[in-house]
Design a protein around this ligand. Structure first.
Ligand code: F3S
Length: 277
């Protein structure tokens, strides 16, 4: 059986940057998971003494690293009021929609955020609005149709959303409202990994997608893969591999989410080769 990696996979620019920042910040803690990958978080803890605090009250260190997906404006203010030294590892592609939401709400626009209201990135982005009552998070067109918007509207998207879905919302807004400012804040890294997984899944007999099960971009890769290759599996580590997946298969495709480290991908490829032999 041949094993082929997708043309684009794994760490994106924002995650690489956040990890480099963390590796230089021994003794600090991250508030929330730096990236969506438990194994990488353990590595940072063990090799670089970078801790993890899930709640504000658990933070004992004087230095706090802000995770890749950003935090809410309120949480940032609390940390500042406690005189913590903040090291900002927020991905610049996440800082961008935060700034847009702030500016547009200040200028009297209703703000629509296309994304998952429970995702930390979206919570953070929304918190920057200066008019919370006129800021709406929607997951689909039906939710959007239920909102009575004012004349001036700005729309942004969670970085990991699908462009085709975003365009449906944009189309609806432009058709029904006079002034619509559209900011495509979907991240290129997500497209590149998605295009590559699609291409590979079309020809593979089995696909293994590696990444945190709570990582939204990994889940999207898995769903795309599943569309084109029914034998697609999402795993976090090598222990989850199952020999039966590879029986009578000629081509195994491998891809990984934007928070998945290279060492983990290589370990899993090695293990697939071993269990196949
Ligand atoms: Fe940033 Fe895009 Fe990665 S938003 S964290 S470069 S997937």
């Amino acid at each position: 059986m041949k094993i082929e990696l997708a043309k684009s996979y794994g760490f994106c620019f924002g995650v690489k940057r956040a990890i480099e920042i963390a590796e230089k910040s021994s003794g600090a803690v991250t508030y929330g998971e730096l990236i969506h990958n438990p194994l990488e978080i353990n590595r940072l803890q063990n090799d670089y003494n970078v801790g993890l605090a899930k709640n504000l009250d658990d933070i004992k260190s004087d230095t706090v690293i802000i995770r890749t997906h950003g935090i809410t404006k309120e949480d940032k203010e609390i940390l500042e009021s406690k005189n913590k030294t903040l090291i900002d590892a927020t991905c610049p592609f996440v800082t961008k929609p935060q700034e847009i939401v702030k500016e547009m709400s200040e200028n009297g626009y209703d703000v629509v955020i296309f994304g998952d209201i429970n995702h930390p990135e979206v919570k953070g982005v929304k918190s920057y609005s200066t008019n919370q009552n006129r800021t709406f998070v929607v997951l689909d067109i039906e939710e959007l149709k239920n909102i009575k918007l004012h004349e001036k509207i700005a729309i942004v998207a969670q970085t990991t959303r699908k462009v085709s879905e975003f365009l449906k919302l944009v189309d609806y807004l432009v058709t029904n409202y006079k002034e619509v400012r559209v900011f495509n804040t979907i991240c290129n890294a997500t497209f590149e990994n998605q295009d590559a997984v699609r291409e590979l899944a079309k020809k593979a007999d089995v696909m293994v997608i590696i990444g945190g099960k709570n990582s939204s971009n990994t889940k999207q890769l898995y769903l795309i893969s599943k569309q084109f290759c029914n034998d697609s599996y999402l795993i976090e580590n090598e222990d989850e591999l199952n020999k039966s997946w590879f029986k009578n298969k000629n081509l195994c495709g491998v891809s990984a989410g934007a928070s998945t480290p290279e060492w983990l991908i290589q370990n899993i490829i090695k293990k697939i080769k071993q269990i196949k032999d």
